[in-house]
Ligand binder design. Sequence first.
Ligand SMILES: Cc1ncc(COP(=O)(O)O)c(C=O)c1O
Length: 402
Amino acid sequence: MLIASLLKKELKRQQETLDLIPSENIVSPAVLKAVGSPFINKYAEGYPGRRYYPGNAIADEMESYVQNLVRRVFKLDDSYAVNVQPHSGSPANLAVYLALLEPGEPLMGLELASGGHLTHGHKVSATGKLFSSVKYFVNPETGLLEYEAIADAAARHKPKLIVSGATAYPRTIDFKKFHDIAKGIGAYAMADISHIAGLVAAGAHPSPFPFSDIVTFTTHKTLRGPRGAVIVAKSELMEKINKAIFPGLQGGPHLHSIAGIGAALEEALKPSFAAYAGQIVKNARALADELIRLGYVLVTGGTDTHLLLMDLRAKSISGKQAQDALEEAGIIANRNTVPGDTKPFDPSGVRMGTPSLTSRHMRESHMRLIAGYIHDVLVKRRPASTVGRDVRALCKKFPLPY
Ligand SMILES: Cc1ncc(COP(=O)(O)O)c(C=O)c1O
């Protein structure tokens, strides 16, 4: 019974708070239903048509259909193949490296404090322990990727694979430039578009196709699906990658999650999804512009995407203090390193994004209101209880769809 009451409490918490964590979102009732469906009961080790368990005719049809939806949403040509089984983004990335690199071989990714992800070769991640990891950085002054410097680093270190993509980079990524850098040294070009998959699907961020040998993405961020991940790779690489997922890293696929990914992709094919993704970006810009107007420093001076990164070094407050003060008022945003930070546990920034707010149908005017609440908490020191009252009133007007 405790779980039932905790489910209710968590729904109430989500209803009554503003979720600005850019890697989170609010799934549709159709996605929620698919994830809570009887597919959860089924084992299906293997791939469609090649299962190690009986009773999988419908699972085969479903998984093949979801693979095909990925092809349609991302407009893939026949040179690419799709795997929808990774349980999440981290095993997806590890599987690609295990498939294409020998242990100890070099891979290159964006440094953590520059906005890279742990699975891009950070030393505490299996990806940094099993492989020799080399880094590229954003410019510490501008916060921007500098492609000439990345090309120099690639020429110096000769990685076998270069990962583009980030977890806290607010600007457009030029996948063609990454492709050219990788091909210039004979490396694989991999794009991890976990954060921006929904934007790419909707044309609100340039696509990494056809400029990548491998593309990975989580399905639960801007794509608005359940927790899970997808790997798309050039067909000739996929046999190795399939084997690295199963039996290499995983056992039975989570068919219920795959069904949920399918439900999200069906939604992503609708014209309304393009408007939704466009609104995510407009909302992020409105939030960024208003925060700048209120005197905040944003890394790179703004955003092209769904997220922004506040640099609090000029304010007398740390990222953690800001995160905690905002949470007290019902505003959920996570502390984050900013370029040049050296202590990941005590970073100087806060990362904010608009996918969840946009899923609740909020628009630019609401972003300006929310920027004002943030300012009330961080600078004006208005009591959390009174800001919290305003936050709850706003939340009530934009309920979750269940
Ligand atoms: C760019 C990127 N790649 C991979 C991941 C890992 O995904 P997961 O948390 O599902 O393992 C994340 C998660 O935030 C991410 O931002």
